[in-house]
Ligand binder design. Sequence first.
Ligand SMILES: [Zn+2]
Length: 259
Amino acid sequence: MSEAYSPNSLAAKIKRRFVRYGARRPVTLPPNFSRVSFSFDDFPRSAGEAGARIVESFGYRATYYVATGFQDDENHLGPLWTKDDLARVAEAGHEIGCHTHGHIDCNNSSLADVEAEAQRNEEALRAAGYDGPLRSFAFPYGETSLGAKSSLAKRYSTLRSVWPGVNRGSIDCAYLRATGLDGGADGVARARAQIADVKQNGGWLIFYGHDVRAQHSEWGASERELEEVVEAVAEAGLKVSTVGDVAKSIISEEALRAR
Ligand SMILES: [Zn+2]
């Protein structure tokens, strides 16, 4: 997330409910399916350095939802990604996913703008030297309209929200739930509870973080906090895959062709 967003009005809540339950891409998880994915949004440099190092130290790989408008820039998340960061994480086997180029809110933008921004983001990733697949998308601020949800679902295998919780049973691949790697000690406790829940009851738990550094933003975490969460996943013995790899294993080719 790039700036504070507090859509707490009743109208916003009602609209979000329609977005959650409309234009779904339902996929039923196989029985006994348990999986964890780690992801980072926007792509601050610290996510590509400390974040990648920690995830890799456990033998895992993450998904980076890159907002290409942030290239070579700096904001409250600290210095943001460079061409070299992109090359390094892709080379290490992390997944490169998409955000909108200018981090626009898909709920408050016209459909034409959302589509143009998604297109521009992909073109900028290619221009920065990335030539691998682009299958996964995360809504900036976790927000979308039904129209944008439906349109982006044609472009990507999965769309990720910031609706906390575990994806379980008949999940919506056009609005995947995800839990923030933020909130300090409370955030770590919340993560631990969800990890225990998945170990016990199955499901697909996706974490999303931003900057990973000592003086982190409100949406970030310290290295130690990230390490505690990754360690808890390892201790629980849960399998970790990138969002794209999970999608490949649960969405049939047929379903992808039919969209
Ligand atoms: Zn973002």
